[in-house]
Write a protein that binds this ligand. Structure first.
Ligand SMILES: C[S@@+](CC[C@H](N)C(=O)[O-])C[C@H]1O[C@@H](n2cnc3c(N)ncnc32)[C@H](O)[C@@H]1O
Length: 243
């Protein structure tokens, strides 16, 4: 009797673990089936293009991290500038589309919690897997981080974990640009989610100096899969540097 009770408990625990694991990734699959996801842009992100010197300080051959990369062409642009680029994307289909659309050859390698797709020169690497499951020691340290559509995409409950991860992979000279959205969360639940300035300081302020460097008024510009328009809606870029 006790044995079958334990067995049932074990089954329930394992099942909820599997559910939790899948729940982070599964909601994203629908965006990648037979269409280009609504957030994808055919040009280099305007903020990245404008503020690239803040990330590089004119240095060559840096190692860039693009968490939750989708198939952004920002990766191709940074690669063509001569940097090493590391992205993470949970939907493998998106990674394959990236290599195909960019006419880049890739080599595929299996790891414990991920599959790695990389160019033969290893300067462009995309890990396929859940960001929170890939050991940070596998990723190493980065000179620069570019986050567009990443912090605003993850579940609110994962934000602390996300900030911890970024602090782990940032080298002490790392420069970090994060593009977030400021809007009234009561009017739209997201994703993309509202990440207010206070929250950003709460998550990163112990480790980084944080400075607002740019903002764009996106009022009444449709957002998200639902194409919601909001009267107050800002796209804001913050610059983070180790204290
Ligand atoms: C809003 S998109 C942003 C993509 C990209 N940064 C851009 O600017 O085009 C978020 C991406 O992260 C992926 N994603 C969501 N949660 C993830 C996770 N836990 N680990 C890895 N990728 C994830 C989604 O499949 C999606 O492609």
């Amino acid at each position: 009797m006790i044995d079958s009770y334990r067995c049932l408990q074990y089954f329930v625990r394992s099942y909820s673990r599997v559910r939790m694991t899948n729940n982070r990734v599964d909601p994203w699959r629908k965006h990648w089936t037979n269409k280009t996801p609504f957030w994808h842009k055919d040009e280099v992100n305007h903020f990245l293009f404008k503020h690239i010197d803040k990330l590089t300080e004119g240095k060559q051959g840096l190692k860039f991290f693009i968490p939750l990369c989708g198939k952004t062409i920002d990766m191709r642009w940074l690669y063509d500038l001569g940097h090493t680029v590391v992205g993470i994307e949970c939907i493998q289909h998106g990674i394959l589309e990236f290599f195909e659309e960019q006419s880049l050859e890739y080599i595929q390698e299996e790891g414990d919690s991920f599959t790695l797709f990389q160019t033969p020169d290893t300067r462009l690497q995309i890990y396929s897997g859940d960001l929170f499951k890939i050991p940070t020691k596998v990723l190493g340290k980065f000179n620069a981080i570019w986050d567009r559509g990443s912090l605003v995409a993850i579940d609110k409950e994962d934000r602390k974990l996300y900030a911890k991860l970024m602090k782990e992979v940032a080298s002490e000279s790392c420069k970090y640009l994060v593009s977030v959205l400021h809007y009234n969360q009561e009017k739209f639940a997201g994703p993309p989610r509202n990440v207010c300035k206070k929250e950003l300081f709460k998550l990163f302020g112990d480790t980084f100096d944080i400075e607002e460097v740019d903002r764009l008024d996106r009022a009444n510009i449709p957002m998200g899969a639902e194409k919601i328009s909001l009267e107050e809606f800002w796209e804001v870029v913050y610059y983070l540097r180790y204290k």
